[in-house]
Design a protein around this ligand. Structure first.
Ligand SMILES: Cc1cc2nc3c(=O)[nH]c(=O)nc-3n(C[C@H](O)[C@H](O)[C@H](O)COP(=O)(O)OP(=O)(O)OC[C@H]3O[C@@H](n4cnc5c(N)ncnc54)[C@H](O)[C@@H]3O)c2cc1C
Length: 401
């Protein structure tokens, strides 16, 4: 009889669920998924949780394969030498292979008063803490959203559409990823919603107090509720477990997503740093990375050489309230181009994308191995960058993916 292989997946987000489902392709693989909550958090909807238009959770029964065992707990430490993880409740779980998919959360704001008085929304618990604060604040209360990446833009628009008086403090440029045309469109929609947008380097936040936000140029904005969306950090589990990471704490891997320390550990999603050149933290990357991580484990079990990363991006899709949105198209290597779709159609596309995410996971649960998007060719630019970093000159000028 074939020997059984135990695979433990840490983190039941987009990457972890995709990996866990895909691993059930083999009958002789037992998959255990460890996650702190009994429900799946649809993180790309957390601004909707804050605005009250969606709960941002999905029952794991809808997205997780029947053969995946869900353990509701937090991994406190990885013992790579002993091939086991220690849980917060004190128990241990052994493994033959480990998928590290702990995702991301809020970055340390590093600004006086921000940790004390501003509300982050990068995790379910954080978004949940903000909700009652907003409910208790009068409708006229000044709400300040700090950070103008997609999370900040989406949050500002969602709250303004719900009738809130919102100021979006960019600390730089509005929507740094966007093409100037796309940026103009977003700025126009935010203006229509009544959001005051403060951009430019002089709008960097230097301090947050109970009722105000101070900017680099000395301005002090009254703010009854301050929401912090500037930047993501990652859990320090890999660092605490003595594994090699990049400066942020993402697990360092090669292009097959295998840890540089240990061939039994692979990483996926926001907490992975393949070749020290991590992809943009996004659901868009996390799902294919989860599939790639599972394929790497399955290849090793089969005694085959795992394939390398082949990531391609489509762009960035940002909701601007429930009635508008923007799909900013990009090169496959993730640089925005002139073309976008905005307005109502943009909103419909964004909703389609959000629903499509859970459909991808559910499809893989029902038919493991069916997901194919991580196999679409698109890694040429990345290979060029890696070669340049290693000081190698590409033998032939490869076309950008
Ligand atoms: C408001 C908002 C809107 C967003 N919108 C978009 C968007 O439109 N498009 C897009 O591409 N991206 C978007 N993102 C980013 C996207 O949500 C993340 O990049 C994505 O969730 C990363 O997926 P992941 O699987 O790596 O991690 P996560 O989804 O963060 O999942 C990680 C899981 O691991 C668990 N975990 C952590 N530590 C441990 C531990 N020690 N033990 C066990 N489990 C652990 C976490 O609790 C979590 O359940 C958005 C993010 C936010 C906050």
């Amino acid at each position: 009889m074939a020997e059984n292989t135990d695979v433990v997946v840490i983190g039941g987000g987009y990457a972890g669920v995709m990996a866990a489902n895909r691993l059930t392709q083999r009958e002789d693989v037992t998959v255990t998924l460890i996650n702190p909550r009994p429900t799946f958090v649809h993180r790309v909807r957390l601004h909707q949780l804050v605005g009250g238009s969606h709960g941002a959770v999905v029952d794991y029964r809808e997205v997780l394969g029947e053969r995946v065992r869900l353990v509701v707990d937090t991994v406190a430490r990885i013992d790579a030498a002993g091939r086991s993880v220690t849980l917060a409740d004190g128990g241990t779980v052994g493994y033959d292979y480990l998928v590290y998919a702990v995702g991301s959360g809020s970055a340390d704001p590093g600004v006086p008063g921000a940790a004390e008085f501003a509300y982050p929304i990068a995790t379910f618990e954080e978004a949940g803490r903000l909700r009652p604060v907003l409910d208790a604040a009068p409708a006229t209360a000044a709400v300040t959203v700090v950070g103008a990446g997609p999370t900040g833009i989406e949050t500002a628009a969602e709250l303004a559409e719900a009738g809130r008086a919102v100021t979006l403090v960019c600390g730089g440029v509005l929507g740094p990823y966007l093409h100037p045309r796309g940026r103009r469109s977003v700025a126009g929609r935010l203006a229509k919603l009544g959001v005051t947008v403060l951009d430019g380097p002089e709008t960097k936040v230097t301090a947050v107090t109970r009722d105000a936000v101070r900017l680099a140029d000395g301005r002090e904005l009254p703010s009854q509720v301050t929401i912090w969306t500037a930047g993501f950090g990652v859990p320090d589990l890999a660092v605490r477990s003595g594994l090699s990471t990049d400066a942020l704490g993402r697990l360092l891997t090669d292009e097959t997503l295998t840890s540089t320390d240990d061939a039994r550990i692979v990483a996926a999603g926001d907490s992975a740093a393949p070749s020290g050149l991590p992809l943009r933290m996004s659901c868009q990357a996390a799902i294919p990375l989860g599939a790639r991580a599972a394929d790497t484990v399955l290849s090793r079990i089969a005694g085959e050489q795992p394939a390398t990363l082949n990531q391609t991006f489509a762009g960035q899709c940002v909701s601007l309230g429930r009635r508008a949105g923007i799909f900013q198209f990009a090169h496959r290597y993730d640089v925005a181009v002139w073309f976008h779709i905005d307005g109502r159609l943009g909103a419909r596309i964004k909703e389609f994308v959000c629903k499509g995410i859970t459909t991808h996971l559910a499809d893989e649960a029902g038919k493991p191995g069916s997901y194919r998007l991580h196999l679409v060719s698109g890694g040429a630019k990345r290979r060029q960058l890696l070669q340049a970093e290693r000081g190698e000159v590409p033998a032939t000028a490869e076309r950008a993916a």
